[in-house]
Design a protein around this ligand. Structure first.
Ligand SMILES: Nc1ncnc2c1ncn2[C@@H]1O[C@H](COP(=O)(O)OP(=O)(O)OP(=O)(O)O)[C@@H](O)[C@H]1O
Length: 318
């Protein structure tokens, strides 16, 4: 069953700019351009694209904040713009850069407000809160005012707030932005559990590791249109994008030689090895670790803009 359905959805903005002392120019920006796609119940879909591609505009239309200029849009069978409050009970939204929590109140009070706002039945509320507190390790934070929380703690608090009313669909906009490695891991683990329990997830991010670890399907949007819909390895394979293994050796040495990767940069005891992003890093990491004395290793994902640029090149060449 499709939970999210867009059929030829467009959204234009009119921008008026000054052109001379008195004259104003009127320009139309088509942020979303005859966009069609469906997302099935239980899917976790990565929604990625360069800056200004139309991602936020899509998500705003899916929540009912923005009205489409044309086309048909349904979320859980509801027209978001027409029945925004009815839809609000069925969706959860988390924006990494903003919080829905009350700044001066303890976390617990924001949750209590959500309970009243969504009229969540008390037993269900208690069970959901317990589950979120356990999975997100919020126990010790419940009585802390939100303004005193770290970014990672606040994000975990926001995730719980978005899920207390058991939404069928969860929209996430950059949920790991600015978080340290440990917090990122915790947030991703939680999202995996939420999705495994049946919640449909639409995830907007600039961090390809989020997509790699959570989404079986990725949609790339550019200039308001879907330009790729498939798996992440498939996207990498299209343009031949590469990941980088950063290796800190115990001491400086000759460039590392392992099958499947090539050294692209050397700086003192640090070496950078590029390898196809569609392939697993595991055999390369194992080969390097076996043959070279190491201090540290890390894998860097390519940036989304590069992957998309390469995808276009691949599509032209291929
Ligand atoms: N309220 C608005 N008024 C005018 N133009 C807008 C408005 N909102 C978005 N746009 C324009 O629509 C286009 C798509 O913007 P949108 O914010 O949806 O992109 P995005 O993919 O979310 O980008 P980012 O990754 O930078 O958040 C951009 O050209 C943007 O300038």
């Amino acid at each position: 069953m499709a939970l999210i359905e867009l059929d030829e959805v467009s959204r234009t903005f009119v921008i008026r700019t000054k052109a001379g002392r008195l004259r104003r120019e009127r320009r139309e920006v088509r942020a979303v351009d005859r966009l069609s796609f469906t997302v099935g119940a239980g899917e976790c879909v990565g929604y990625i694209g360069p800056n200004g591609a139309g991602k936020s505009t899509t998500v705003k239309m899916l929540t009912g904040i923005l009205v489409p200029s044309s086309g048909r849009l349904r979320v859980a069978g509801v027209d978001p713009a027409r029945e925004r409050s009815r839809l609000a009970r069925r969706i959860g939204v988390v924006f990494g850069q903003r919080t829905t929590l009350w700044w001066d109140l303890p976390l617990r009070d924001s949750y209590e407000l959500a309970r009243r706002l969504y009229r969540i039945e008390p037993r269900r509320f208690a069970a959901n809160l317990d589950r979120c507190v356990e999975l997100l390790q919020l126990g010790e934070l419940l009585d802390t005012p939100v303004r005193q929380l770290s970014l990672g703690q606040r994000m975990r608090g926001d995730l719980a707030a978005a899920l207390l009313h058991d939404p069928e669909v969860l929209y996430l906009d950059e949920p790991t932005i600015g978080l340290d490695v440990v917090s990122k891991v915790r947030v991703r683990e939680f999202l995996r559990e939420v999705n495994a329990a049946g919640t449909t997830v639409l995830l907007t991010t600039h961090d390809l590791t989020d997509i790699e670890q959570l989404c079986g399907r990725v949609m790339v949007i550019d200039h308001g249109r879907v330009v790729y819909d498939g798996s992440l390895p498939g996207l990498h394979a299209l343009g031949g994008s590469e990941r980088t293994l950063v290796v800190d050796l115990v001491r400086e040495g000759a460039p590392i030689e392992v099958t499947g990767a090539r050294v692209v940069r050397v700086e003192g005891a640090r070496q950078w090895l590029a390898f196809p992003a569609a392939r697993s890093a595991a055999p390369i990491v194992a080969a390097v670790a076996e043959r070279y004395p190491l201090v540290d290793l890390s894998v860097r994902e390519p940036v989304i803009e590069d992957v998309i640029a390469r995808m276009y090149q691949g599509a032209v060449i291929g």
